[in-house]
Design a protein around this ligand. Structure first.
Ligand code: ADP
Ligand code: ASP
Ligand code: MG
Length: 413
C-alpha cells in the first residue's frame, strides 16, 4: 500500500461459500485484519453461510404453501445475521475491534417490495462513527428496511448490491467482491471448463451478463457501480491473486465482438395466440402480471393479422402457475385467444460491446444452432446482446457451442 492509500476506505463483500464454515470465517477474519493492519478503513458485507438461504426457504415451505412475503423476508434475513456476528467474533479473536450491524441498524432504506426490494437511501452516520473509532464495520448483506420498518430482502444474490450501494454511499472508490471463483469468466467456469478469466470488463457488458444469467454478480450491484463510478473487483476468497475489474468502457482497450456468453435454465415460455389486435391488449397482459409481482424477461410480439395477434414472453419457472392464473382471467374477459406454455426452456445469450459496430454476430449464432439442429423459439436483441430461447434440453450444448464459435477461450483478455 502506498502512503496515500493509508486510511483509504474499502468495502469487501464475502459470499456464501467464502463464509461457509467456521474455518472459512476465520480465514476471512485474517484477510480483513490484513487490510485493517495496513491502515485501511474496512467495511465488510457478508452473505449467509453456505446454502443457509436455500435451507430457510425449504423450512418455510414446510409450514405454509404460500408463506407471507413479509414473514419470508423476516426469515431469510436471519441467515446474514448469523454470519455478521460470527465474523465479528472471529475478528475479536485475532485482536481486531469490529462491530456488526443489520441492514436496519445502518438504515439501509428500501422500497416495500418484499423479496426483491430496491435500496433507496443509506444513512452512513452509524458506520462512519464506528470507522472513526478504528473499528471494522460488518454489515449484513441482502437486507434493508422499508419506511414502515419492515425487514426487506433484495433478491437472491443481493448481498453484492448491499456492498456496492454501501461503497457508493460511503464514497469508497473500490468494492471487492470475494467469491468462490477467480473473477468474471467468459462464461460460468463450472459449466464450461474452457472459460477464460477476464482482467477487465465494462459496466455495460457486465450488466447484460449479470441480467442474462451470469450469477457471479447481482445485476443491481453493477447498476449502482456504474451510476456512482465504483470499481468492482471480483476475486477469489481462497487466494490472493487479482481477479476481474468492472470499469467504465473507456478503460477497456480491446473491444471484443463477443465478451461473454450466458445460459439461463430456470425459465418458461408463455404464448398468447389469437388475442385481439388493438390498443391496450399488451398493457392489460403485463399490468395483470405486474400486479401479481411477476417479472417478465423476454417479450416478442408478432405483426397482427386479421385483427388478431400473438404475444410470447418468458417468466421464471416458479412463476408459471400464477402467470397462467392471471392470464386465464384476461382471456375470459376478451372472449378470444388461447394460451400455450413451454415449461422448460433455456435462454442462451452472447454479449459484447463490439456488436455496436460489427454485424454478422447474429448470423454466426443462428448458423451454429442450425448445424446442431437446435431450434430457436424466440430471439431478442439489444445494442450489445443477442438472446435466443431454445428447448432446455439443448441449453448446455448451446452454451458450449457459442463459447467455441466466438473463440472465447483463445482471445486475449
Ligand atoms: P457468492 O456466494 O460468492 O455470491 P455466487 O454463487 O453468487 O457466489 O457466484 C459465484 C458463482 O457464479 C460461481 O461459482 C460460478 O459458478 C457462477 N458464474 C456464473 N457465470 C459466471 C461467470 N461468467 N464468471 C464467473 N462465475 C460465474
Ligand atoms: N444469502 C442470499 C442468497 O443466498 C444473498 C446472497 O448470498 O447474496 O441469495
Ligand atoms: Mg452471489
Amino acid at each position: 500500500m502506498s502512503e496515500n492509500e493509508s486510511n483509504a476506505l474499502i468495502v469487501q463483500k464475502f459470499g456464501g461459500t467464502s463464509v461457509g464454515d467456521p474455518n472459512r470465517i476465520k480465514n476471512v477474519a485474517n484477510r480483513v485484519k490484513g487490510y485493517h493492519d495496513r491502515g485501511f478503513k474496512v467495511v465488510v458485507v457478508v452473505s449467509a453461510m453456505g446454502k443457509t438461504t436455500d435451507g430457510l426457504i425449504r423450512l418455510a415451505q414446510e409450514v405454509a404453501e404460500e408463506p407471507s412475503k413479509r414473514e419470508m423476508d423476516m426469515l431469510l434475513s436471519t441467515g446474514e445475521q448469523v454470519s455478521i456476528a460470527l465474523l465479528a467474533m472471529a475478528l475479536h479473536s485475532v485482536g481486531v475491534e469490529a462491530v456488526s450491524f443489520t441492514g436496519a441498524q445502518v438504515k439501509i432504506l428500501t422500497d416495500g417490495n418484499f423479496s426483491n426490494a430496491r435500496i433507496s437511501k443509506i444513512d452512513t452516520k452509524v458506520i462512519e462513527n464506528s470507522l472513526a473509532k478504528g473499528k471494522v464495520c460488518i454489515v449484513a448483506g441482502f437486507q434493508g428496511v422499508d419506511v414502515d420498518e419492515n425487514i426487506t430482502t433484495l433478491g437472491r444474490g443481493g448481498s453484492d448490491t448491499s456492498a456496492v450501494a454501501l461503497a457508493a454511499a460511503l464514497g469508497a472508490r473500490e468494492c471487492e467482491i470475494y467469491t468462490d471463483v477467480d473473477g468474471v469468466y467468459t462464461t460460468d467456469p463450472n459449466k464450461v471448463p474452457q472459460a477464460r478469466l477476464m482482467k477487465k470488463i465494462s459496466y455495460d457488458e457486465m450488466l447484460e451478463l449479470a441480467s442474462l444469467g451470469a450469477g457471479v454478480l447481482h445485476s443491481r450491484s453493477v447498476e449502482f457501480a456504474k451510476k456512482y463510478g465504483v470499481v468492482i473487483h471480483v476475486r477469489s476468497s481462497f487466494h490472493f491473486s487479482e481477479g476481474t475489474l468492472v470499469v467504465p468502457e473507456e478503460q477497456i482497450m480491446e473491444k471484443l465482438l463477443v465478451t461473454g456468453v450466458t445460459l439461463k435454465s430456470d425459465e418458461s415460455r408463455i404464448s398468447l395466440t389469437d388475442i385481439p389486435d388493438r390498443p391496450g391488449v399488451a398493457a392489460e397482459v403485463f399490468s395483470r402480471l405486474a400486479e401479481s409481482g411477476i417479472n417478465i424477461d423476454m417479450i416478442v410480439q408478432s405483426t397482427g393479422q386479421n385483427k388478431l395477434n400473438t404475444i410470447s414472453f418468458t417468466v421464471l419457472r416458479k412463476d408459471v402457475e400464477s402467470s397462467e392464473k392471471s392470464l386465464n382471467t384476461v382471456l375470459k374477459i376478451w372472449g378470444s385467444g388461447s394460451m400455450s406454455v413451454a415449461k422448460d426452456i433455456a435462454i442462451v445469450s452472447a454479449v459484447g460491446v463490439g456488436m455496436k459496430s460489427h454485424g454478422g454476430i447474429a448470423a454466426r449464432m443462428f448458423n451454429a444452432f442450425a448445424k446442431e439442429g437446435i431450434n430457436i423459439e424466440m430471439i431478442a436483441t439489444s445494442e450489445i446482446k443477442i438472446s435466443c430461447v431454445i428447448d432446455k434440453e439443448h441449453g448446455q450444448k448451446a452454451l458450449q457451442l457459442l463459447h467455441d464459435v466466438f473463440g472465447l477461450e483463445k482471445t486475449a483478455g
